[in-house]
Design a protein around this ligand. Structure first.
Ligand code: FES
Length: 162
């Protein structure tokens, strides 16, 4: 048990060291905060308060500046995220062609709230406003891949592959 705790602390330290290196890499460059936050979220998975404080201290900027950027952009998350992110498009074309049905289906199938993460940590479920596939609506995204003309049945088959 003790060994595992030590190991977790090592992993945590490794992530912080990696983020410190990224900050050094971007030091003095314009617009670097967003880049640093992006990379930090990739490394750590999300941006908890302590990590935002670490970034502010290491970059020598006020915490309010960091937290302001994090809360302004929806792609930054202060909660742990799932292994995969599912986004159902609810832009007009997708909404009228069944996007809402897909949302209802996923709420039931994944047993998760909108914006939430499944209990097993596998999926974070969100909605989006137009992902550029209106001609083949309804569309969804899983991580960076767009899937078009989705139905609840196709969605089940797709999720079974993950
Ligand atoms: S409205 Fe869904 S892709 Fe454009």
């Amino acid at each position: 048990m003790k060994k595992k705790a030590t190991c977790e602390a090592c992993e945590e330290q490794k992530k912080y060291d990696e983020i410190r290196n990224i900050i050094d890499l971007y030091r003095g460059k314009e617009g670097s905060l967003i880049q640093v936050l992006h990379t930090a979220q990739k490394i750590y998975g999300y941006l908890p308060h302590e990590l935002q404080q670490f970034i502010a201290d290491t970059m020598n900027i006020p915490f309010s500046e960091v937290s302001g950027v994090v809360s302004f952009y929806s792609f930054f998350s202060v909660q742990p995220r799932g292994q995969h992110t599912i986004r159902v498009c609810l832009g007009t074309a997708c909404y009228v062609r069944g996007g809402k049905k897909l949302v209802e289906h996923l709420l039931k199938t994944l047993n998760v709230e909108l914006g939430g993460t499944t209990a097993d940590g596998k999926y974070t479920f969100e909605v989006a406003r137009c992902i550029g596939a209106c001609g083949l609506a309804p569309a969804i995204m899983i991580d960076d891949v767009v899937y078009k003309q989705m139905t609840p049945t196709k969605l089940n088959a797709l999720l079974a592959k993950f």
